[in-house]
Design a protein around this ligand. Structure first.
Ligand code: TYD
Length: 137
């Protein structure tokens, strides 16, 4: 997992069923995404100008969706950074393990929905950027 790069992370287009009464998008375990969802959480009411993330995971995979509004996700493998503007509820950014991420530019009222491959485990976090760079070597 240490050798992952930002190019292993990708935008996944979700099925979008359009109805006059509104739309629906679907994520299925091991079909839409390459893992089983064991945890779902969402960020909301993020104050303007605030950043989230600022860490990496050793094993966790995640799909990040702008369920409402927009925000930017910058991913970094220690060599290369890529920034994605997420602003469509039918697109998700797959983040593989071993990637530093920062989320910012949250629009007012935005909701960041995260589908995660494992339960919460603080031991899986790398919260120091220096430690992350050592880990990637
Ligand atoms: P963290 O993952 O650091 O936030 P973000 O990446 O969104 O900036 O989590 C923030 C706090 O919430 C941290 O103290 C741990 C807690 N938390 C849980 O208890 N369970 C969870 O599933 C998550 C994602 C966070």
């Amino acid at each position: 997992m240490k050798k992952t790069t930002v190019y292993d992370c990708t935008i996944i287009e979700l099925d979008k069923h359009h109805h006059e009464k509104g739309n629906i998008s679907i994520v299925e375990n091991n079909a839409t995404i390459p893992f089983n969802v064991q945890r779902t959480y969402y960020l909301y009411d993020v104050p303007g100008g605030e950043s989230r993330g600022g860490h990496a995971h050793k094993e966790l995979q995640q799909l990040i969706i702008a369920a409402s509004g927009s925000f930017s996700v910058t991913i970094n493998d220690g060599h290369i950074k890529r920034t994605f503007l997420l602003n469509r509820p039918y697109q998700g950014l797959l983040i593989v393990p071993g990637i530093w991420r920062e989320l910012d530019d949250f629009s007012s009222g935005s909701v960041c929905l995260v589908l995660a491959s494992h339960k919460y485990d603080e031991q899986d976090y790398i919260r120091s950027y220096e430690e992350f760079l050592k880990y990637k070597k």
